[in-house]
Design a protein around this ligand. Structure first.
Ligand code: SF4
Ligand code: SF4
Length: 154
């Protein structure tokens, strides 16, 4: 049994990680591993970049098609979609955020890994309020594949 099944903690080896080229372009990464009947992410994608063979399948992202719009992050009820864009020494990560308070743009926060542990400082670059509040943070590029949540520190 994998760790995500035992403890709910996803590990990198469970994921389809985009190449460096696609990470520089900025694409969605799915961390949806449970085979449940769900597909709002597929419906939300304007360029048909997300596919599933059946409604119970887990989503696959075509990184060539993905334009990094974030619609799937907004639509996912499981908080299992993220956007990652690596730019030089830093990375922009867009994550679904359901806690209060919602941070302000340019606020300094702590980035957390998938276990909820603090891993680095981050700066909030964008807030998008839709079905889900999306927070885009900037972190050092080395944390692009680790930072998956934030803690507001005031
Ligand atoms: S980020 Fe936009 S284009 Fe990319 S998979 Fe999600 S909905 Fe589709
Ligand atoms: S909407 Fe979210 S939970 Fe549902 S299939 Fe897509 S990624 Fe998985």
């Amino acid at each position: 049994m994998k760790r995500w099944e035992r403890e709910g903690v996803v590990e990198l080896e469970d994921l389809d990680i985009p190449s460096e080229e696609y990470l520089r372009k900025g694409v969605a990464i799915t961390e949806c591993l449970q085979e449940i009947p769900c597909n709002p992410c597929v419906e939300a994608c304007p360029v048909d970049a997300i596919s599933m063979e059946t409604i119970n399948d887990t989503p696959k992202i075509d990184y060539e098609k993905c334009i990094g719009c974030g619609n799937c992050v907004d639509a996912c009820p499981g908080l299992a979609m993220f956007l990652v864009k690596v730019t030089g020494d830093s990375a922009l990560i867009t994550l679904p955020y359901e806690f209060l308070p919602v941070p302000e743009k340019e606020e300094r926060v702590k980035a957390l890994n998938r276990e909820g542990k603090e891993i680095c400082d981050a700066v909030v670059k964008r807030i998008r309020r839709g079905r889900t509040t999306l927070v885009t943070i900037e972190v050092p590029a080395e944390y692009a594949l680790e930072a998956r949540n934030i803690k507001v520190v005031r």
